[in-house]
Design a protein around this ligand. Structure first.
Ligand code: MLT
Length: 426
């Protein structure tokens, strides 16, 4: 059944509906630079249109990386307990610290950054990595120059466009004033830093969304050195770090010297099924300074206190349960389940003769269709198999000719989708 409310048209173009009255407020001209809607609502809109066209089709979504398996019991019951206690005089709490609860901050520091010199005060609890990407953009303002991996998670670029950091969009090139660091099979998905121009802020995601590739220790050492040589700040997105199968670093702070040039954002979304609960964190080390010597963490703290009232206390109870020994084990089981899905998807496309990337260190499989237009491929796959994927070019010009297939799905759906891929491409 199609829910009407799913059909949300997010378009940068003015709506055809004319109203008689106009305010005197001018539109933020940066909004007009954005290309169409944000990628994932656009995929949802196309999926809804497809379901209207084929009301009887069994549509399977391997598009947006949304969790399908339930939150582990040990984590859900900790949230239920905290929720119940809010109904008591003793257990009630209102506004918490904007930076997050002390115990959760300390436990994140000791669980993910043990021996890396990251302490409780360096960790800021958020309502998800995506929200902190926007808060970081507010922190840096509109005058900074930005570099991104190409392809990359679209929130980095779109939030920068909204802030006014970029020029206009040019087809197949991207937005002016953004340094697109090409990541393709030709360079093993790690940019050739010798040809990258200096940028103030470098967004870097590893394991990467969408390509699924993880940067090695040697590559990250080069990246940190590059940032140091140029006086840049890396915003390192490690939201998929626990999916890593090899010994690539799980945090940028494993690289010596990174604390002077990097911020790390991360999330419980893809580990514990928190895409709806909303909980993440950002590490801003005290060593990181602006050009005038002012600590970045102090300004970030100011932004957080101004733009955010702290993560939900119930979600934070869940976060703490995630980091208990039972919680960590339960998260690994969930991750293991999705990794099996990844394996099924990889083997399917390989057996069909495609070049397939990613998957080993991430829940995303990056399939190459050389010379083909990704939106046409997306439409063809949807039309013929009723499976939703994501067109590679939605992640930047460097994604053209690829399709991202997400491993987040019930096993039966993943198997069925793979059966349909086999029928389509046999
Ligand atoms: C994705 O599909 O790339 C992500 O899950 C979307 C998100 O995290 O916002």
């Amino acid at each position: 059944r199609v829910k009407k409310s799913w059909i949300c048209k997010c378009s940068a173009k003015p709506s055809a509906d004319k109203t008689a009255y106009k305010t005197k407020v001018s539109r933020n001209e940066n909004m007009g630079k954005l290309q169409a809607g944000y990628l994932f609502p656009e995929i949802k809109r196309r999926r809804a249109a497809h379901m209207l066209k084929f009301p009887d089709a069994q549509v399977i979504s391997l598009g947006i990386g949304d969790i399908t398996e339930p939150i582990p019991e040990v984590i859900a019951s900790a949230m239920a307990k905290r929720s119940k206690s809010l109904a008591t005089i003793k257990g009630y709490s209102g506004y918490g610290a904007e930076q997050g609860e002390k115990l959760l901050r300390a436990t994140i520091a000791s669980t993910f950054y043990a021996n890396l010199g990251i302490g409780e005060h360096d960790v800021f609890i958020s309502d998800g990595a995506k929200n902190d990407i926007s808060r970081l953009q507010v922190l840096f303002g509109s005058d900074v120059t930005v570099a991104v991996q190409d392809p990359s998670y679209p929130a980095y670029v779109d939030s920068g466009v909204i802030m006014g950091q970029t020029g206009r969009y040019q087809n197949n090139v991207g937005y002016g004033n953004i340094e697109y660091m090409k990541c393709s099979p030709d360079n093993d998905f790690f940019p050739d830093l010798s040809s990258v121009s200096r940028a103030d802020v470098i967004f870097f995601c590893s394991p990467n969304n969408p390509t699924g590739s993880a940067a090695s220790r040697n590559q990250l050492t080069q990246l940190v050195q590059f940032a140091k040589d140029n006086g840049s700040i890396i915003i390192y997105d490690s939201a998929y770090a626990l999916y890593m199968s090899d010994d690539s670093p799980k945090s940028i702070f494993e690289i010596p010297g990174a604390k002077e040039v990097a911020i790390e954002i991360s999330s419980f979304s893809k580990y514990a099924g928190f895409t709806g609960v909303r909980l993440g964190w950002t590490v801003v080390p005290k060593e990181l300074q602006f050009s005038d010597g002012f600590p970045v963490a102090k300004d970030f703290n100011r932004i957080v206190c101004t733009c955010f009232n702290g993560a939900s206390n119930i979600a934070q109870a869940g976060g703490l349960a995630c980091l208990s020994p039972e919680g960590l084990e339960a998260m690994q089981e969930v991750i293991g389940f999705y990794k099996e899905n990844t394996h099924i998807i990889i083997e399917t496309f390989k057996s069909l003769g495609f070049n397939v990337y990613g998957g080993k260190n991430a829940p995303y499989v990056w399939v190459h269709f050389p010379g083909q237009n990704s939106w046409d491929l997306f439409e063809e796959i949807l039309e013929k198999t009723h499976v939703v994927t994501i067109p590679g070019s939605g992640f930047g010009p460097g994604g053209e000719g690829f399709i991202r297939v997400s491993a987040f799905g019930h096993r039966a759906n993943v198997l069925e989708a793979c059966k349909r891929f086999k029928e389509l491409y046999k």
